[in-house]
Design a protein around this ligand. Structure first.
Ligand SMILES: Nc1ncnc2c1ncn2[C@@H]1O[C@H](COP(=O)(O)OP(=O)(O)OP(=O)(O)O)[C@@H](O)[C@H]1O
Ligand SMILES: [Mg+2]
Length: 388
């Protein structure tokens, strides 16, 4: 017998014990098999430890009651999603990287098994790009997540006994995606977000509104690199998270979680040829889908570009014994770019700073170049020249 979903405040101690017993006795098609694949080195003990690191008991109970066992990266996502409850917490969570880490699974599970259960009457929009294969995959996923709940899936809507619902929206073109804008949702999920422009993404986000006490409207999104929206997504989520981890100023309302197929031990165990298929890709798709490489557009010009190797903490002071010079790529309608470079005694070259102008008179640019040099205690006469 499966337990029907209950709002967590209705879950008394006896029900919790019963749920735990059921999970322990779960048939091998669900919990136990997943547990063995996802936590091969420690089984239940390793799972309990991962849970304790990321999420609170009632949160885990909501998944376990539906016999869903999350993998560590998925627990990290779930924790970020719950942090949206906090008054100063984030309201946009991005989950993006390689193909296959289990992004769609956890984003749907978080909405269906946790958010929709905690807040009766919650209205969720789940939006993804159309395609026959994508539709079948989604239906499999919905069945896998919901099979031990009392939810119904009819007419592209998942309906829960407590009146929460998930509206499944498909789009082919951006215009079709925008058909969903203007309505009101408590939670919006967008899959394959780089298929959309930033303008469309922001328009959809404006449909987030709520009248539920205690619920903060939020958006979860998933994506792989590449796609027409690669650059804006990278800036909004990936670069923002890098700034956060370096202690630089960042937009506090956003979080980003990165993952690769290695984070989905269940998939690797059950479908090892999937990894081989990813390995078989070449060029940009290999970097994007196998490794989840967000620096791929820089890589279009510099094929060896790598964020971890080539980006360092800012250099505030240039040592006296380093060689220093400027370079300039002149432009008026297009950008005029001036960069300050330095080379240390080992021959390593650093690009220390940069100023950019558009439609700006040369006098202004010249004054800004002097100001740039002054920031490093340099004057034009100190330089051997400018490469233009
Ligand atoms: N915790 C889990 N328990 C059981 N199955 C899981 C779990 N996590 C992921 N899976 C399965 O792994 C497969 C890949 O997961 P999913 O489709 O969520 O990956 P994805 O990151 O969205 O991939 P893509 O980049 O292709 O969109 C699916 O078959 C999914 O059902
Ligand atoms: Mg997916």
């Amino acid at each position: 017998m499966a337990l029907s979903p209950l709002a967590i405040d209705q879950l008394d101690a006896e029900a919790w014990e019963r749920a735990k017993r059921e999970i322990e006795q779960a048939d091998s098609a669900t919990g136990d098999a997943v547990l063995a694949c996802a936590y091969p080195d420690g089984g239940r003990g390793a799972y309990e430890a991962a849970k304790a690191t990321y999420i609170v008991n009632d949160h885990a109970a909501n998944f376990e009651r539906a016999r869903v066992i999350l993998q560590p990266k998925q627990l990290e996502f779930a924790a970020a999603a719950r942090s949206c409850d906090l008054p100063n917490g984030p309201n946009e969570i991005g989950f993006g990287g390689a193909r296959g880490p289990g992004k769609s699974f956890v984003v749907f599970a978080q909405a269906a098994l946790d958010d929709c259960q905690r807040f009766p009457g919650l209205k969720v929009l789940y939006l993804r790009k159309i395609g026959k294969k994508a539709k079948e995959q989604l239906e499999d996923l919905i069945r896998a997540v919901l099979r031990h709940t009392g939810a119904e899936y009819v007419n592209s809507e998942v309906r829960f006994p407590n009146k929460s619902k998930i509206v499944i929206g498909h789009f082919n073109t951006e215009k079709e995606a925008l058909n969903y804008a203007g309505l009101e949702y408590d939670l919006i999920i967008i899959e394959e977000t780089t298929q959309l422009s930033e303008k469309a993404y922001k328009a959809l986000r404006l449909s987030l509104r709520t009248s539920k006490p205690g619920w903060r409207p939020r958006l979860y999104n998933t994506t792989n690199p590449l796609g027409p929206g690669h650059l804006w997504y990278k800036k909004r989520f990936v670069d923002n998270e890098r700034k956060r981890s370096r202690g630089e100023s960042y937009e506090d309302k956003r979080r980003f979680i990165f993952a690769t197929v290695e984070d989905n031990r269940v998939l690797i165990a059950l479908n090892p040829e999937y990894l081989a298929q990813l390995e078989d890709l070449t060029g940009a798709p290999l970097r994007a889908y196998r490794y989840g490489d967000w620096d791929i557009s820089a890589g279009a010009y510099f094929t060896t570009w790598d964020y971890d190797t080539h980006v360092i903490d800012p250099i505030d002071e240039i040592p006296d014994n380093w060689d220093v010079w400027l370079s300039m790529d002149y432009g008026f309608n297009h950008w005029n770019v001036v960069q300050l470079h330095a080379q240390d005694g080992d021959g390593v070259i650093y690009t220390v700073d940069e100023i950019m102008h558009r439609k700006t008179p040369v006098e202004t640019i010249a004054a800004d170049i002097h100001a740039l040099l002054a920031r490093y205690g340099l004057a034009a006469d100190d330089l051997p020249g400018v490469l233009a």
